[in-house]
Design a protein around this ligand. Structure first.
Ligand SMILES: [Zn+2]
Length: 239
């Protein structure tokens, strides 16, 4: 049976003509060829024109990478899941974006990855102060240094005496957790002499408050909300 397929754009609804190729939208719900979602040249051009990225900000939390993209026309796509593909030097997002924009996005990603690498803690040494105060000597891969950074654990939250960036705080939490785990291993035979901090971490997890927001509880409207606050996660949970 011979049938005809009118060239009607699935986006703008206009009839169009084509020369050596057709654009169509990949759609797995399309079962029949006649339902194929054609896209006209004009809509393709408008799409390519629209996807001019002027800013992209990557964010990684719990191994999930997201990106917020700002386009030249002012459109903002917030926190899209994305996957960088090293081989093709592109970033794939939930949104259908032109290959040129995927490459442009990859440039932003490389900058982000380098910055993230520089922000990782290279060294972190702990010393005990009086009562529950601890001190940390921190150096990042990028050479940023904090000497004797005082901190305490208050109601399940790690609180530093001075303001530090989110990435320092996150690195410090991770480092201090492994420090405590190590301490626990070393002190299993000398339990009674364990300091209060060590006693606290031995509490069952249910005793650590988990409903609070990091930002709201400890830092007010300051710049420390970060990933912790938004996700209502206790950064010191998991003990
Ligand atoms: Zn169209």
């Amino acid at each position: 049976m011979i049938r005809t397929l009118p060239l009607t754009c699935s986006r703008c609804g206009k009839d169009f003509s084509a020369q050596d190729h057709l654009y169509y939208q990949d759609d797995f719900s399309v079962q029949s060829f006649k339902n194929i979602k054609l896209v006209c040249d004009e809509c393709i051009h408008a799409w390519q024109e629209k996807w001019q990225i002027v800013h992209a900000e990557f964010h990684e939390h719990n191994y999930v990478l997201t990106v917020t993209i700002t386009l030249k026309d002012g459109t903002v796509f917030e926190n899209m899941d994305c996957t960088p593909i090293e081989d093709t030097e592109s970033v794939i997002t939930g949104e259908d974006i032109p290959p040129e924009a995927q490459h442009a996005l990859y440039e932003y990603y490389v900058t982000f990855a380098q910055q993230r690498e520089a922000q990782q803690l290279k060294d972190c040494f702990f010393t005990k102060g009086t009562e529950e105060v601890m001190f940390a000597d921190i150096t990042t891969n990028g050479g940023e240094h904090y000497e004797k950074l005082a901190f305490t654990i208050e109601e399940g939250y790690l609180k530093t005496a001075q303001e530090v960036p989110d990435y320092i705080l996150e690195g410090l939490v991770t480092a201090y957790k492994s420090y405590l785990a190590q301490e626990e291993m070393l002190s299993t035979s000398t339990q009674p002499a364990a300091p209060r901090v060590t006693q606290r971490k031995a509490m069952p997890q249910s005793q650590w408050p988990s409903g609070g927001s990091y930002g709201e509880n400890n830092y007010g409207a300051g710049s420390f909300g970060g990933g912790f606050g938004r996700n209502k996660k206790n950064p010191f949970g998991g003990f």
